[in-house]
Design a protein around this ligand. Structure first.
Ligand code: PXL
Length: 245
């Protein structure tokens, strides 16, 4: 069985964060190792409180998890602060593993999940170690300090700007756009852009970003090549939106 190291926050509503990540890995018959970065108290509609786990304990969890068994990929979600970003980066294994980075900035129930200093550290320290960055349209805009992309030309432009910050690839998710299809863009340095299309599902579900990134990590851990892992993950999210499975 392949294994993914999950680095993420908890969500008391069970919709997003680590619960969603673990559930997703289970669907793909992949073992989950867990590093908790923050505990959040939230319902489906409101973020009530956040407790950030001290950087020392984040680091200790990473060291212990990496000593437990062979890890095949890493998935990073909520990081909360600059100190957490730096602790996670410092504790990454010396031999690079596929790393999926979901830039969790704002909760779908409202509230900041990564502060300003954390956003800067994520860009300078973690992006260069990232295999695939998976922002949605508002997250891409926030990381670049610009407006939300509209239309395929702007998606392409913003994905290229994010790629220039150091990840090997960017999957810019078009779920927040409009149109009959939810169109995501996969951009990697040495390959032509790839557009991943699925019928737009008229449903709002929390945790879809977590599910997508975890499903990609499960694919990479199992040896799939990136485009295939992204396509399979997108199909999984479409199913999740339709049936909440
Ligand atoms: O979906 C992003 C996300 C990730 N992690 C935690 C969250 C959320 C969204 O609410 O609460 C802990």
């Amino acid at each position: 069985m392949s294994a993914v190291l999950l680095i993420a926050g908890t969500d008391s509503s069970g919709g997003a964060g680590l619960t969603r990540d673990v559930r997703t890995l289970t669907r793909f018959a992949t073992r989950a190792l867990c590093v908790v970065t923050a505990v959040t108290a939230q319902s489906d509609t409101q973020l009530e409180a956040v407790h950030v786990i001290p950087a020392k304990l984040v680091r200790a969890q990473m060291t212990a998890a990496l000593a437990t068994c062979r890890v095949d990929a890493i998935k990073v979600g909520m990081l909360a602060t600059r100190a957490t970003v730096l602790a996670v980066t410092a504790a990454l294994p010396a031999t690079p593993l596929p790393l999926v980075l979901d830039p969790v900035l704002i909760s779908s129930s409202g509230g900041v999940l990564l502060d300003e200093g954390g956003r800067c550290a994520l860009c300078t320290a973690l992006l260069p170690r990232t295999t695939v960055l998976t922002p949605n349209i508002p997250e891409a805009a926030a990381l670049l300090g610009t407006h939300s992309a509209r239309g395929e030309a702007q998606l392409l432009q913003q994905a290229a700007a994010l790629l220039a910050l150091g990840p090997r690839a960017v999957l810019l998710k078009g779920g927040h756009g409009d149109g009959a299809e939810a169109v995501d863009l996969l951009l990697a340095a040495a390959a032509p852009p790839r557009w991943l299309r699925a019928p737009r599902v008229d449903a709002m579900r929390r945790g879809t970003g977590c599910a997508l990134a975890s499903a990609i990590a499960a694919g990479l851990a199992g040896g799939l090549e990136l485009a295939h892992a992204c396509e399979r993950a997108k199909q999984h999210v479409t199913r999740l939106l339709r049936h909440d499975d």
